[in-house]
Design a protein around this ligand. Structure first.
Ligand SMILES: [Zn+2]
Length: 228
């Protein structure tokens, strides 16, 4: 009897495993990976264009870490240090930059649109999977709707003091962590406040990561920078 129960249990367990594998199959995700598909999307709705941020906000600073070895992977995963995002994201970002300018501040971007294949690579490399998007869902960066950034002083171009460096896996990276030096806390809150006032939302465990509200309307993409 016990043996029969064990066999039934094992059977059910294997069924459950294969079912969960199916629902989470990355193959079921819609990923735009041909230029023709991307182009027909733009023709249907021009707001889905991925545009180069610097062309719309010439005074924005870039420090595209994944084009250098100065990132959590220790290797350059982008061949070009460029930042793209969907048109409405960039237009909103321009308004943020304008508002910050009045306070003598500006934005510095670490990462923006990220091709899906890079998200897959990050997941393979990362030791702490809670800090990287799962290939099963993709990242909002893959949709051209997430920006990693910090604040700089416009005059000097120097970064403002923040709770942690970019891509830190420490608890202090949490957007709500408050046991911090006052200056770091105030600067981080200034960044979050201005971004959220313009329709972005900070990611709970990364003070530098902001999602554009409405990201669900944009497809995951796997088109390299040099094809955009
Ligand atoms: Zn991010």
């Amino acid at each position: 009897m016990i043996r029969r129960l064990l066999v039934i249990f094992l059977f059910l367990f294997i069924c459950a495993l294969s079912l969960s594998g199916q629902t989470a199959n990355p193959g079921e995700l819609r990923i735009v990976d041909s230029y023709a598909d991307y182009f027909s999307g733009i023709k249907a709705d021009s707001s889905t264009r991925l545009v180069e941020i610097i062309k719309y906000i010439p005074d924005i600073k870039l420090d595209i870490r994944y084009a250098t070895r100065n990132n959590f992977t220790g290797q350059a995963v982008y061949t070009e240090a460029r930042a793209f995002a969907r048109l409405p994201v960039v237009i909103t970002l321009a308004a943020v930059q304008q508002e910050l300018k009045e306070k003598g501040l500006g934005l510095k971007i670490y990462d923006a649109y990220r091709p899906y294949s890079v998200t897959v690579k990050f997941f393979e490399i990362a030791t702490d999977k809670s800090f990287v998007a799962s290939p099963k869902t993709g990242s909002r960066h893959n949709r051209g709707c997430a920006i990693d950034m910090t604040l700089i002083k416009l005059k000097t171009g120097k970064e403002l003091k923040m709770p942690t460096p970019y891509d830190s896996f420490a608890p202090e990276a949490s957007a709500k962590f408050n046991d911090l030096p006052k200056r770091a806390r105030v600067n981080r809150n200034t960044l979050i406040q201005v971004m959220e006032a313009h329709g972005f939302k900070v990611l709970n465990n990364e003070w530098w990561h902001f999602d554009f509200n409405g990201w669900k309307d944009f497809d995951l993409m796997n088109i390299p920078f040099n094809k955009l």
